[in-house]
Design a protein around this ligand. Structure first.
Ligand SMILES: Nc1ncnc2c1ncn2[C@@H]1O[C@H](COP(=O)(O)OP(=O)(O)OP(=O)(O)O)[C@@H](O)[C@H]1O
Ligand SMILES: [Mg+2]
Length: 533
């Protein structure tokens, strides 16, 4: 029997001899010969081994593009390796909000799937990269994972296990990723150094459905709709519909349309693409931009009515009702605006519709498109029809239910003696949630809930008074306008009458003159005939 010292001795000698042989091999066997030896060695191992190896590189062959599969595997293994591997690596990826623990180089972990055991190895290889223009070459590192399993499970592993690993890994990646807010670059920047079509910043908007003040039932309906959509991959596939949903948010300024978008993004954990249509040159550019967006995202076009002249035919109809004297000036202004718009962007309504539908049918990723507007009546029906904009949500003025949410958020109170008064006031007065929120917010440490609530009552009362005055003034100016219009009409009719009378007089006069001329001609004819007789 060998004692411990003897075992250590033998092991030590073996390791030393191996290292010695390896050093000689690396140093004295030329590179081209080494690749030959390695090639045949692998072949021989292949004849005797019962195991299959699959390699997943960190970078794709095309160049420096990181492999999505490698990242997905790393994410998948991170859960496994955190529990089992002895040496871990803490990666602080710029796209990840959480620390990703993956196995360190030259580590291995085991995994099991359907009762079959597999092994994953993480390896590192030194490579010589090409020169950087000065004839120099530098060395770099390339990492890769190797999946090893028994030959007899080849079919199952390739068909099911790898798909499972990639899908799980991608889902983990999506859960851990840092969400982004994108904005589109102008096309002149697209091909500048690393610019691309979209620029992004981390998305950290704190709005949630809990902090969003609106009718609770409506809020609940929207949340259910969103959940149904986000879980509807198979359903959409079954009914043959692209996996997308359109929302139209409309309502007066400050009623929470933009806040709602942030709440939706936080609720579903989606990225946000804020599309500025006025910087998009034409329809094809728009299409390219939309095709360059990823899944699990919201594409937002704010103030769609102002972004472009999408409402051409409707404006002229509205103008008919406007006062005649302002008409010319307004028309001129509109034309000027239109010309300015044309200079910046040639995106048309049909271009926008095609891009949206083209995009949806082209990629069946999970995407929500949201349009916001202050004037829903101005929009072309084609733009907001169901199927394109499936859900129309009105964001309205702050009523009592919405106020209660704001009071709870801003002042942490659920009741107050003035609640009854506030309920009555808010039913009668249109105040935006933005105004209510601003009034409720304490402006100093000395201000408590009581002060803020009283201030709100005062503000709403003032608003009510203002609205009353405004309505009176509007009524007055409407009456004045009507009076002016009536007078103008009367004057025009008077003018018309006068003109008619004048024309009739003229006609009469000319008829009389004609008669006179005729009479005198007849007389002279008579004289002439008498003379000849
Ligand atoms: N429904 C709401 N719930 C909670 N806060 C709100 C709500 N509406 C407005 N606010 C507050 O008012 C601010 C302005 O609201 P927001 O920008 O969402 O309005 P909007 O409807 O998008 O206005 P606009 O039409 O001018 O773009 C927000 O930052 C938020 O603090
Ligand atoms: Mg807004």
């Amino acid at each position: 029997m060998l004692d411990t010292a003897a075992i250590w001795g033998i092991t030590g000698t073996t390791v030393t001899s191996f290292m010695f042989i390896w050093a000689i091999y690396s140093q004295y066997v030329p590179r081209h010969l080494r690749s030959y030896i390695e090639k045949y060695a692998y072949k021989m191992i292949g004849w005797v081994t019962l195991y299959v190896h699959i390699k997943f590189n960190e970078y794709t062959d095309e160049g420096l593009k990181r492999s999505e599969n490698y990242d997905a595997i790393r994410n998948y293994l991170s859960t496994n390796s955190a529990a089992r591997a002895l040496r871990l690596k803490a990666d602080e990826s710029k796209n990840s909000k959480a620390l990703v623990l993956s196995m360190d180089d030259h580590e291995e972990v085991e995994d099991a799937f359907d009762g079959v055991k597999v092994k994953w190895y993480s390896s590192l290889k030194e490579i010589q990269t090409q020169s950087s223009g000065y004839g120099r070459s530098s060395s770099g590192e390339r990492r890769f994972f190797t999946l090893t399993f028994h030959r007899r499970h080849r079919g199952m592993i390739i068909e099911s296990y790898i798909t499972h690993v990639l899908r799980e890994g991608r889902e983990i990646g999506l859960r851990n990723r840092e969400r982004k807010l994108f904005t589109n670059n102008s096309s002149s920047e697209w091909y500048a150094w690393r610019s691309g079509k979209w620029s992004n910043v981390p998305f950290h908007h704190p709005a949630t459905f809990e902090t969003l003040a609106m009718d609770p039932e409506k809020k609940e309906r929207i949340k259910k709709d969103l959940v149904k959509f986000s879980k509807g991959k198979d359903y959409y596939k079954k009914v043959g519909k692209p996996w997308k949903r359109g929302y139209l948010l409309f309502g007066p300024p400050g009623t929470g349309k933009s806040t709602m978008i942030s709440a939706i993004a936080n609720f579903l954990e989606y990225d946000v693409y804020d599309l500025e249509l006025t910087t998009v040159k034409d329809n094809s550019e728009l299409k390219k931009l939309l095709l360059d967006t990823k899944g699990k995202s919201i594409i937002v076009i704010e103030d769609i009515d102002c972004s472009l002249d999408l409402t051409g035919q409707r404006k002229s109809k509205k103008e008919e009702d406007e006062e005649e004297e302002d008409e010319e000036e307004k028309k001129k202004e509109e034309e000027k605006k239109k010309m300015e718009g044309e200079k910046q962007s040639k995106v048309t309504l049909s271009g926008l519709l095609n891009s949206i539908d083209g995009l949806w049918s082209a990629c069946s990723d999970e995407k929500i498109i949201i349009f916001t507007t202050n004037f829903v009546d101005k929009l072309d029906p084609a733009l907001i029809r169901r199927g394109r904009m499936d859900n129309h949500i009105e964001m309205s003025y702050c009523r009592f239910e919405a106020f209660k949410v704001l009071a709870k958020n801003y002042l942490e109170i659920e009741t107050h003696e003035l609640y009854g008064e506030i309920e009555r006031l808010l039913e009668e007065t249109d105040v935006s949630p933005a105004d209510v929120a601003e009034t409720l917010m304490p402006k100093s440490d000395e201000e408590d809930a009581d002060v803020c609530i009283k201030r709100l009552v005062k503000t709403v009362e003032e608003e009510k008074e203002k609205a009353k005055k405004l309505a009176e003034e509007e009524e007055k100016s409407k009456a004045e306008r009507q009076e002016r219009r009536r007078k103008k009409k009367e004057e025009a009719e008077e003018k018309k009458k006068k003109k008619k009378i004048e024309e009739e007089d003229k006609k009469k006069k000319s008829e009389e003159e004609d008669k006179k001329v005729k009479g005198s001609e007849e007389n002279s004819d008579l004289h002439e005939s008498n003379g000849t007789n």
